[in-house]
Design a protein around this ligand. Structure first.
Ligand SMILES: *Cc1c(COP(=O)(O)O)cnc(C)c1O
Length: 404
């Protein structure tokens, strides 16, 4: 028996212990330029990589982390990911994933009803979920074009390109949502993509448009999980879509790569994107071939927290965004792009000359920059329930003092 394939409790314990160590004063490993001829052994690899992998990583759960859609993850998902790595189930074959397949089915069955959908499957991200949904749209509804707002995620144009569909973009209004008045009237050959939580601004397209086209897909990569919270009504209308994409590695606090594509008529949609193969006992559904047991981490989180626990974290994130928004609103030297809809605050100093000095004052990892219609804005994304808004507000105030 090769020991490297069995449980090394001491090695794994070390791996966990290293996670809480401070590497801020430790140099990262200088990696060899070429593949080493001889290995250094697992324990040595663990210790030599720790300063770079752990010490060099962005800390998404830090008090000042408030910039991107990437959340910190709960420890239960680390444990499941460890189990997944060791078991290495492949959901492509029921024989190599007898339980993991059921876990994915169950997690989809738990989540689909929040969106008025009846099933679906997991994908490594909403990029693939969007592609899969539009592929189904092409097969099931015979669409020849994809229509989305100017603020739609680039994965929509990418999917249209891959599928050989025409891509049309519709202007946005002053809030960053699709301007419904500018939507073409004939949508009988169109897949209409509505975004629920635009990547730049968090804006929600008018979901009342769902059902108007031959196929409606809602890209709820970011804001989808709001359906499980007291803010569910913000996404009213989503239940009239034909398909929905949600990135669980965003607001469901999952490790990458975890997302879902959900369908109103799953049997039909899945049949349209399935292929058989001589060595496969069951048809291969969707874009992926080999497919891991990401679902177990999501299932464990939902089991550990319940709907209430998910809602609590998301509602807390919404509160943090609201506090930042209120601060920006109250300071006459600052302006908001628009009232935040889904935990994303886009703002800037009114005086453009203060932008860079202010940027210098903002803690690293606290704020991202987005450009809308050629104008630069600061962007804060509330994906971290442990963020401390006072630290950000203090830094913005210091930036304002610097500008004056
Ligand atoms: C993040 C995002 C995507 C892409 O999702 P991935 O999980 O990164 O592949 C698509 N659409 C929107 C609106 C997003 O915010």
């Amino acid at each position: 028996m090769d020991k490297d394939f069995s449980i090394d409790a001491e090695g794994l314990h070390q791996a966990v212990e290293l996670m809480s160590r401070d590497f801020s004063h430790t140099e990262g490993l200088a990696l060899p330029m070429a593949l080493p001829q001889l290995g250094i052994g697992s324990a040595a690899a663990l210790h030599s990589l720790a300063p770079s992998v752990l010490g060099g990583a962005a800390r998404l759960g830090a008090a000042t982390s408030f910039a991107h859609m990437d959340p910190p993850t709960p420890w239960i998902t680390w444990a499941m990911t460890l189990w997944n790595a060791s078991l290495n189930q492949n959901l492509l074959h029921p024989a190599t994933a007898p339980v993991a397949r059921q876990m994915e089915e169950r997690v989809v069955a738990w989540l689909a009803p929040f969106f008025g959908m009846n099933g679906g499957h997991m994908t490594p991200g909403s990029t693939v979920a969007n592609l899969t949904a539009l592929w189904s749209a092409r097969e099931c509804a015979g669409v020849t074009e994809v229509i989305a707002s100017e603020a739609a995620h680039l994965s929509i144009a990418k999917a249209a390109h891959l599928l050989g569909l025409k891509y049309r973009s519709v202007p946005i209004d002053a809030y960053g949502s699709m301007d419904a008045a500018q939507l073409p009237s004939d949508l009988h050959k169109s897949a209409l993509v509505l975004t629920a939580g635009a990547t730049s601004t968090g804006a929600i397209d008018p979901l009342s448009l769902a059902g108007r086209a031959a196929w409606t897909h809602v890209d709820a990569a970011w804001a989808g999980p709001l359906r499980m919270s007291k803010y569910a009504v913000l996404l009213a209308g989503i239940e009239s879509a034909d398909s929905v994409a949600i990135s669980a590695h965003k607001w469901l606090f999952q490790p990458k790569e975890s997302a879902l594509v959900l369908f109103k008529d799953t049997e039909k949609a899945h049949a349209a994107v399935s292929f058989g193969g001589a060595y496969l006992a069951i048809p291969n559904v969707g874009v992926l071939g080999s497919h891991g047991a990401t679902a177990t981490a999501l299932l464990a989180t939902l089991l550990a927290w319940g709907r209430e626990g998910i809602a609590r974290r998301i509602e807390l994130c919404m509160d943090l965004a609201r506090r930042l928004k209120e601060f920006v609103d109250a300071d006459e030297r600052l302006e908001l792009y628009a009232q935040p809809q889904t935990g994303i605050v886009v703002w800037r100093p009114k005086d453009e000359r203060w932008f860079d000095p202010m940027l210098q004052q903002l803690p690293a990892g606290s704020t991202s920059i987005t450009s809308i219609a050629g104008v630069k804005w600061f962007r804060n994304v509330s994906a971290n329930p442990s963020a401390d808004i006072d630290l950000l507000v203090d830094a913005i105030q210091a930036g304002l003092a610097e500008g004056v």
